[in-house]
Design a protein around this ligand. Structure first.
Ligand code: MTE
Ligand code: MO
Length: 551
């Protein structure tokens, strides 16, 4: 039975192919139904356009559809243009692109019908003319026009390919008997009818795959474009000046040892920690931030309103709790932002509140004790080292709170600040086993030399690194060589209690292996413990140790 069906299907395909080959004699009822031609054309157009969109979005070229739209605007007489703007207002672009799409769709449907009805030459000529017009539209308009012609032609090729494939799949849909005979006899005989059903299903499955692929790539290109749009929007942002702009970080913070981390970490070298697989792109057009919860007055700010608030600059080192001893998940930047304590004073914190929660557009949440707002420079930050927050560091706004680890405080892509209690809410990492209060631990790191370095024996070796004790400040850093006594290192000048401090130490190693350890003491009198503890539930502790060979 099924073997018989297969033979019959291939017979049908063959006879349809031979009918098609003759290019045009009107065969009336023997032809592929109009709807199949319309679907063929529509799906092919969708695939072609979506592919062109995808290519242009990846290369950040202009969309072919938009270019044709622009050309239409150029060509249309001015009174009509004015009429369109007056009538459609701000949706004039949508109407224009909609109009271009509908026109294309009509042409595609016509081409599709011709295609399935054997008029392949005519269909190809029609498509060719449309592609030519589409490719020429951007010429002389500047921008990415000539490059995106490539995309238009590729899109056209995809459309033609899809059209040929679907036309082949549509061919068996042509009825094999005069319709009168088929309608009368098919149901009883079970002959051509089920085969037509199978062919129709196959045609629809192929069309569905085409439409699905078009939808996916259209969605993807839309997403890529929105990402790129936020990136270019950011470049246009003009940050306000701080009320009391700070001078350059003075040279004296440097301890003058080559290989020690720069005092201010360049944005491109700044560490990144995200739970989101793809970091969000948030346009300032859509952005707003709400301050709410246990407050007297809710505050809602859009980006402009946020920038209108008093802005301050603060040099703050932020650190990740996951940083291993000696690790590099720490960095220092000059942040520009509005003071969080001022903002919350305006909102009026209820006495029962003990936690400030930041929420991100990506669902991340982080909460820290209200006590932390003790006058330190906690900010709703908009700028980092003189530029708007980089996209991956939280553009358009984030929280920066000195003295507590990032996972309880430094919410990027901030959308919401809620005043709450620890009893009512746990931030993202707390149920995952991390400490709820997360004060930054006093720590020092050796940047130079690196473990396994070979250095010259008998010559002065410069050792150096950074040390941090947030909100207390570093009092001293000491170095021990080969388990010997702790010797004081030189310190770069103290800058702020909220920033790290550089240190350096010189000694002359004898030939052989050596072990260098460092430890910091903060102004509160606490000296870094040598208990080696890995991160979790709070930070790692222990002395950073570097082993080298002098030879
Ligand atoms: N939205 C969001 N904000 C976030 C995070 C995150 O995963 N998502 N990670 C936090 C953690 S754990 C740290 S250490 C800091 C790191 O900030 P950075 O990526 O700008 O260095 O951001 C914090 N803010
Ligand atoms: Mo972190």
């Amino acid at each position: 039975m099924s073997g018989g069906q297969n033979v019959a299907v291939s017979n049908i395909t063959e006879s349809a192919d031979s009918a098609r080959g003759e290019d045009s004699p009107d065969e009336g009822p023997q032809q592929v139904p109009v709807w199949a031609g319309a679907v063929t054309g529509a799906v092919a157009l969708a695939c072609g356009l979506a592919f062109a969109e995808l290519v242009t979005s990846v290369f950040e070229w202009e969309s072919p559809l938009v270019q044709v739209g622009n050309r239409v605007v150029d060509l249309v007489p001015k009174p009509m243009r004015d009429w369109a703007i007056a009538t459609f207002g701000t949706s004039d672009k949508v109407v224009l692109l909609g109009g271009v799409s509908i026109a294309l769709m009509l042409v595609a449907v016509l081409a599709g019908i011709w295609m399935v009805r054997g008029k392949r030459v005519a269909a190809s000529v029609l498509i060719g003319v449309v592609l030519l017009v589409g490719s020429l539209a951007p010429l002389g308009r500047g921008g990415s026009g000539p490059s995106s012609m490539v995309a238009t032609i590729l899109g056209g090729a995809v459309a033609i390919g899809v059209m040929w494939i679907l036309a082949d799949k549509a061919a068996p849909l042509a009825p094999q008997q005069p319709p009168s005979q088929q309608v009368a006899s098919a149901p009883e005989r079970g002959g051509p009818e089920p085969m037509t059903g199978a062919s129709r299903r196959r045609f629809l499955v192929y069309s569905g795959i085409g439409a699905g692929a078009a939808a996916v790539s259209a969605g993807l290109s839309g997403w890529i474009r929105s990402q790129a749009a936020v990136a270019s929007e950011r470049l246009g942002v003009n940050l306000p000046r701080a009320l009391r702009p700070r001078g350059d970080v003075s040279g004296s913070v440097s301890v003058g040892v080559d290989g020690v981390s720069p005092f201010v970490t360049p944005n491109e070298d700044f560490f990144r920690i995200d739970t989101a697989l793809v970091s969000p792109r948030v346009s300032i057009e859509d952005w707003s931030m709400r301050v709410h919860g246990l407050v007297d007055n809710e505050i809602v700010l859009n980006y402009e309103e946020l920038l209108d608030r008093p802005m301050v600059e603060a040099d703050i080192t932020i650190a990740c709790v996951s940083n291993e001893v000696g690790g590099d998940l720490i960095g220092t930047a000059r942040w520009l932002g509005t003071r969080l304590d001022d903002l919350l004073d305006e909102a009026g914190i209820a006495p029962s509140a003990d936690q400030i929660i930041g929420r991100s557009v990506d669902g991340f949440t982080a909460g820290f004790p209200t006590d932390v707002l003790d006058g330190r420079d906690a900010l709703v930050a908009v700028g980092m080292n003189g530029v708007p927050l980089p996209l991956d560091h939280g553009y358009p706004a984030r929280l920066i709170v000195p003295g507590v680890y990032g996972y309880v405080s430094a919410t990027k892509w901030l959308s919401d600040i809620e005043v709450s209690t620890f009893a009512d809410f746990e931030g993202y990492w707390i149920p995952r086993g991390w400490d709820a209060e997360a004060p930054v631990v006093t720590m020092s790191r050796i940047d130079v030399p690196k473990s396994r370095d070979t250095v010259a024996a008998g010559e002065t070796l410069s050792v150096g690194g950074v040390a941090w004790a947030m909100n207390r400040g570093i009092d001293k850093v000491q170095v021990s060589i080969d388990g010997g006594p702790w010797e004081d290192a030189d310190l770069g000048e103290h800058h702020e209690n909220t920033t790290w401090r550089q240190w350096g130490y010189r000694f002359v190693p004898e030939a052989g292996r050596h072990e260098i350890k460092a430890r910091a003491t903060d102004t509160g009198g606490y000296t870094q413990t040598d208990d080696q503890v890995r991160p979790g539930p709070n930070a790692a502790t222990g002395h950073h140790t570097v082993r080298i060979t002098a030879g």
